[in-house]
Design a protein. Sequence first.
Length: 177
Amino acid sequence: MNENGNSIFEIKPHKNWFAIVLSVSIIILSLFFIVIYIMLIYFEKMYILIPFVIFTILILVYVFKNFLWIFFGKIEVNINPTELTITKKKLSSNKSNYYYLEEIESVDIKNLFFLQSIDKVPLFGGILLSLINFSKKDSESIVIKYRNREIEIINHLTIGRAKSIVESLNNFLNRKN
């Protein structure tokens, strides 16, 4: 809690090393293809490759933005007496989601909420979900019931971090009643 009665949490993004290695390999491969395409366009006059260059550049920009997010981005959770604000801070932009506390019906911590649909796959869904759950130690998600819908507001949290955020949010929810 700060002096205004708000609770503010700053969370660094989850460092998924598989995603980092995959991003670096896609960046290197995209740069290689861009050089090859440009050489073919310049020397062989194959102008039909221009859309492929543009498409490859767009992929490169998207992957590079996500790569930078992993290392330099952060999530700020601000809970005040009237609303919950979740801001994703990137290098050059911020994206905020606002939820009014009076419309939040419940707050839960759910494990692997973003992968719960795998459990519905016949035969192997439950097995696959349990294997993923066994290998992930920071897979907790904070889920709110907001306007009769379940919304995952933050994922990839350790259980301690998730409990502290939910405890603070519940304090504000109990205070409004």
